[in-house]
Design a protein around this ligand. Structure first.
Ligand code: ADP
Ligand code: GLC
Length: 488
């Protein structure tokens, strides 16, 4: 099967969150399973051409693409995804992508991803490569299914091309003013109240993807049900209900060639479920790095996250005084909303022995925290999948999570299972989105930490779990088949 995989970010080139991990790893697994995959991402300014060995594709050359009535010259740089033969195509248009951030609040943010989506299609045309599937990811690629079925449906090349739209996070929808209709050359008849591209008076890229894709999925089973209800549907639950029969949940996998304490290139001491001794050495190094004292009996709780309300920093703030009174140390890596950055800066300043904070993005440190911390906290309000808790399981870093979305699908509560006579738990979890519920789970984790035998059992239960991509990639291939059938 031929798959064109389009996303706004991919590891190792450009990353703000889990979408990049998925786009940099699922295609490799699909290739192993016999698919021919071409990945498409924008060529952002920050992508290092030399380091990643990008080269200009002369066969494609310069493509004139009209956006907002202006014709831009667009070309394609290519490379190969490390550890595979997957071709990566970087859609390059300096006017739109040579900026300092992957996502911007600039007035032409819509145009940037209209250009990207059109760039994908025009590249496929020049390659004369008819994919069986265009696999679209999140709002930035939401217009692609419409383009295939409408703007470019004159091209016989795409007669048998179906589209799959993967929702990684319904909270980010790409909603813009009606000028999108002109900018993207979308037929005005498609815009009317509750029409296929309209959402509360705006043009919604996410909704367009949901309406026009042949098949839809989200990144965990639980989240695929949660978004059908107003509470977590972010205003799109109604339209999703209409497409309920075509909506699936496939849990993200993990690239264990990157995220494995046995081989992780960023951590000083390797370890595994057979020999955990390296873990505590990493903890020592990590604490030294933050000038914090090391004490074997004091657990270290890690957080690596975008600092936004979705990730549960509201309830963390609510419980902060009680949390800081516990016998634990904290390491927090992340960036995002000012109020949360400020809060973590302040507590690190106030309690330097107890709290270490790094505001910003730091890939190496994120690996070291996974390896060196004893516990990992993810109190998300909602979490489509979440990857850090899955990494944490492999690193013997016991996750404490809210029971939502992918967190609920991947972390099994130790105490809850013990009460059923089972010692199969892998972490600690809570149901209610309150500071109190969060605090109680952290306290439960700390109590269990005191019992070395129990703690090791919880760690090992998690470490032997296998969340590699194989199974999920097979499920994607099933969805591709289904999408093809739908397309007829
Ligand atoms: P989301 O995509 O919603 O942010 P995920 O848990 O799916 O959440 O993925 C987050 C990814 O981004 C993980 O690989 C995590 O390690 C990484 N990450 C998040 N914040 C940072 C940061 N400040 N520095 C380095 N890596 C980060
Ligand atoms: C989104 C979600 C996160 C998920 C990631 C990759 O950013 O917030 O839960 O793991 O996409 O699918």
């Amino acid at each position: 099967m031929k798959i064109a995989f389009a996303a706004a970010e991919a590891v190792p080139y450009a990353k703000t969150g889990g979408l990049a991990d998925v786009a940099g790893s699922l295609p490799k697994e699909l290739e192993k399973l016999g698919c021919e995959v071409k990945v498409f991402i924008p060529k952002y300014f920050l992508i290092d051409e030399e380091k990643h060995k990008l080269h200009y594709n002369w066969d494609i050359g310069e493509m004139p693409i009209r956006i907002n009535g202006i014709t831009r010259s667009v070309h394609v740089l290519q490379s190969i995804l490390p550890g595979s033969n997957v071709e990566v195509n970087f859609i390059d248009c300096p006017h739109y992508f040579h900026r300092h951030r992957i996502y911007t609040n600039d007035v032409d943010e819509d145009e940037r991803f209209i250009l990207f989506s059109k760039g994908v299609i025009e590249t496929l045309q020049r390659m004369k490569w008819a994919p069986d599937i265009i696999h679209c990811n999140d709002w930035q690629t939401g217009l692609l299914p419409l383009f295939v079925k409408d703007n470019y449906n004159w091209d016989r090349l795409f007669d048998e091309t179906a589209t799959l739209f993967t929702i990684h996070n319904i909270g980010y929808q790409g909603r813009f003013s009606t000028s999108v209709l002109f900018n993207a050359e979308i037929r005005e008849e498609l815009f009317y109240p509750n029409g296929p591209v309209e959402h509360n008076g705006t043009v919604s890229f996410m909704k367009t993807g949901i309406v026009f894709a042949d098949i839809l999925n989200t990144v965990s089973n639980k989240y695929s049900h949660e978004i059908l209800k107003p509470d977590l549907g972010a205003g799109l639950d109604g339209i999703l209900m209409e497409r309920k029969e075509d909506l699936y949940g496939i849990l993200n996998g993990v690239d264990y060639s990157i995220w494995n304490p046995k081989t992780d290139e960023y951590i000083p001491y390797h370890y595994s479920s057979e020999d955990l001794s390296g873990k505590i050495k990493n903890k020592r190094i990590l604490l030294e790095h933050f000038n914090m004292p090391f004490e074997v009996t004091v657990p270290l709780i890690g957080i690596v996250s975008r600092m936004v309300a979705q990730k549960g920093f509201d309830i963390f703030s609510e419980a902060i005084n009680n949390l800081m009174n516990l016998n634990a140390q904290w390491l927090i890596l992340g960036s995002g909303e000012d109020q949360y950055e400020q809060l973590f800066r302040e507590i690190a300043h106030k309690l330097p022995q107890k709290v270490g904070t790094y505001i910003g993005y730091n890939n190496e440190l994120s690996h070291l925290i996974e390896a060196g911390a004893d516990m990992f906290l993810m109190p998300s309000r909602y979490e489509p999948c979440g990857l850090n808790q899955i990494y944490s399981l492999k690193y013997g870093t016991v996750p404490i999570v809210k029971k939502t979305g992918g967190l609920a699908d991947t972390v099994h509560d130790w105490d809850e299972l013990i009460s059923f006579g089972l010692e199969t738990g892998t972490g600690f979890s809570f149901n209610h989105h309150t500071g109190y519920a969060l605090l109680t789970s952290v306290q439960r984790a700390l109590n269990n930490f005191k019992n070395k035998t129990v703690w090791k059992k919880i760690q090992l239960n998690g470490m032997v779990k296998d969340y590699s991509w194989k199974h999920s990639a097979e499920q994607y291939i099933e969805l591709y088949r289904l999408a093809k059938k739908k397309r007829g």
